[in-house]
Write a protein that binds this ligand. Structure first.
Ligand code: DU
Ligand code: SF4
Length: 214
């Protein structure tokens, strides 16, 4: 039998040449930044997995923790704190002591893509680590997907077709042994335009909580 897929890429993962070049350029310009594949963050016993798109250049790519320092992280971490999926305080630094509770956060693509836009081949290359992350969580029940790239990659990481899910904010469907809850991505663009409001985002995590408590 094949070994299980790895949940974490190598620190200098070579699989996506365009993203490797971007990491190197960022490293040359900002040697004090993380500039690598952002590892998953959270509770290894999590029943809830949150899957983002990819690190922001000046956010997770700088700090090394998903959504940390990204504008999107403010709403995400404040919502997790409010619902009890995190404790402590989010201060946009990886050493702020914030702890996730019954929750883990990862990204469909682990390296920052130029313009926040990964190419399809990069999603494909990185999907093995998403599969590995899912398989490494023994208690996992609910997956929150942030945006459509996340939704499609989670389905494919589970060996399903992207069409097996339902697009759009608030959709809910079974995917293998898990329930997927889909949300619009909590990016600055979506929150500034009102496409995604804080109550809309909270409702997704309230539903996750109800599924886990039920
Ligand atoms: O524009 P912004 O809200 O600062 O977020 C940048 C961009 O990266 C946005 O599309 C959210 C996304 N993102 C993510 O998917 N995962 C992360 O860990 C950090 C940021
Ligand atoms: Fe490797 Fe994923 Fe980074 Fe591509 S995006 S280089 S597969 S860690």
């Amino acid at each position: 039998a094949l070994p299980p897929p790895s949940s974490e890429p190598l620190r200098d993962c070579p699989l996506c040449p365009r993203l490797v070049a971007y990491r190197r350029a960022n490293q040359a310009e900002h040697p004090d930044w993380f500039n690598g594949p952002a590892p998953s963050f959270g509770d290894p016993e999590a029943r809830l997995l949150v899957v983002g798109l990819a690190p922001g250049r000046m956010g997770a790519n700088r700090t090394g923790r998903p959504f940390t320092g990204d504008y999107a992280g403010v709403l995400l971490y404040e919502t997790l704190l409010k619902l009890g999926f995190a404790r402590g305080r989010y201060e946009a630094r990886p050493d702020d002591g914030l702890q996730l509770v019954d929750c883990m956060i990862t990204n469909a693509v682990r390296c920052a893509p130029p313009g926040n836009k990964p190419e399809t081949s990069e999603e494909t290359n990185c999907r093995q680590f998403l599969t590995g992350t899912i398989e490494a969580l023994p208690r996992l029940k609910v997956i929150v997907t942030l945006g459509d790239v996340s939704r499609r990659n989670v389905l494919r990481a589970l060996g399903l077709k992207a069409s097996a899910g339902i697009a759009g904010h608030g959709s809910e469907f079974a995917a293998g042994p898990y329930t997927v809850l889909n949300s619009y991505h909590c990016s600055r663009l979506n929150t500034n335009t009102g496409r995604l409001t804080a109550p809309m985002f909270e409702a997704v995590f309230e539903r996750a909580k109800a599924l886990l408590d039920g």
